[in-house]
Ligand binder design. Structure first.
Ligand code: FA5
Length: 357
């Protein structure tokens, strides 16, 4: 009696399953595929040998062999799935960037770093120009007594000139005795008082700072704005010195192509007084909405120190004379950068602000 070709089938199946498990990489498994489930597999040889069986035995042997093949093929497919996943993980690992601390900091969105606003930057530039001309820079309080903001500047209570400065009063002490300074001129008074007390005359100083007025904001005005005050107290100072400083400043800051002019004006604390205007940089003098079609923009006021002011701070007007000027820093920034409407300075629109970084 001939032995069945499937007598060793379970041993073969165990061998094949061991080969499947023994493949450690996908390429090893695929290289072995013909010998496990392909034409060169023992299972294929056994399939052929079934032809030698009697027809009545062939069917049952075929089913047994079919079941054995199913078990091996299932193990093969599962092993191939595991090894494919392993290879994919290895590929990803190889592609991964080494995001150590340094690399992470390089790919992170950079922090937006701020920069001085246009008005602050303009103030520094103006200080630099005046320092180069021999001035010192001084500071004064934003909240002032009525005396410093008005009276010492030759503007007594109820004087009509007070109408030039529409004032914010601070609710402190007697009504209407404490104000948000309407101009930087009160700092002149502080400086002169200190110099008299310390015996340090002469004075050549500029005083930048914030001022407040009940002005309705428009293309050239804000309710909180900035001025820079200038004060010279020395011997034999004349109006020509004042005009020379204004002219030198205009060309140093705005350039040789911008003209300045002085027009007679009135300020209670200077005599004679003048308004200081420059060519409108928006229209170059042709006339536009910003300069109210005049071609000129008023930057500030100036004049020779009034004897009444020198007397209020105890300076001998026979020995000393001087001049003062005060002009808008926001106005300067506006003219320097050709900003048609000053309100853009306080709108905080980052698209506008970034242009000046
Ligand atoms: C004064 O404030 C005087 N203290 C200037 C002065 C100083 C005269 C020393 C003589 C001697 P006036 O009110 O004109 O003057 O203001 C001067 C400048 O401040 C104006 O020309 C303008 O450039 C600026 N300015 C005034 N009001 C505003 C405002 N509401 N917004 C923006 N800038 C302003």
């Amino acid at each position: 009696m001939t032995s069945s070709p499937l007598a060793e089938l379970s041993t073969h199946v165990q061998d094949l399953l061991a080969r499947v498990r023994g493949a450690l990489t996908l390429s090893d498994l695929l290289a072995d595929e013909p010998f496990i489930v392909g034409k060169r597999s023992i299972l294929s040889s056994l399939q052929k040998s079934l032809g030698a069986l009697a027809p009545e035995d062939r069917k049952e042997a075929g089913a047994t062999l079919q079941e054995a093949r199913r078990v091996v093929e299932e193990a093969f497919v599962e092993r191939r799935r595991v090894l494919e996943a392993l290879r994919r993980a290895q590929e990803l690992e190889a592609d991964r960037l080494d995001l150590g601390d340094v690399v992470v900091s390089q790919v992170r969105t950079p922090l937006a770093v701020g920069h001085p606003g246009i008005v602050a930057a303009t103030q520094r530039e103006l200080e630099d120009v005046f320092v180069a001309m021999g001035f010192t820079v001084s500071d004064g309080p934003e909240v002032e007594s009525d005396w410093y903001n008005f009276e010492a500047l030759n503007i007594p209570p109820a004087h009509p000139a007070r109408g030039m400065w529409d004032t914010f009063y601070v609710d402190l002490g007697e009504p209407e005795t404490v104000v948000l300074r309407t101009h930087t001129s009160p700092t002149q008074i502080h400086l002169m008082e200190e110099a008299v007390a310390a015996g340090t005359l002469p004075i050549h100083s500029v005083m930048p700072g914030r001022c407040y007025r009940r002005d309705t904001p428009d293309a050239r005005h804000l309710a909180a704005f900035h001025q820079i005050e200038g004060l010279v107290v020395d011997r034999d100072i004349t109006f020509a010195d004042l005009a020379g400083v204004i002219e030198t400043f205009t060309h140093a800051y705005f350039g040789a192509d911008i003209s300045s002019r002085l027009r007679p004006a009135f300020f209670p604390f200077t005599e004679p007084s003048a308004e200081f205007e420059i060519t409108c940089t928006i229209c170059r003098g042709d006339g536009c909405r910003t300069c109210s079609q005049t071609g000129w923009i008023e930057l500030g006021g100036c004049g020779m120190l009034d004897p009444a002011v020198l007397e209020a701070v105890g300076i001998d007007g026979e020995q000393w004379s001087g001049f003062a000027f005060g002009f808008g820093i926001d106005r300067c920034a506006q003219m320097r950068h050709q900003i048609a409407d000053m309100r853009a300075l306080i709108d905080n629109d980052v698209r506008f602000l970034r242009q000046f970084s």
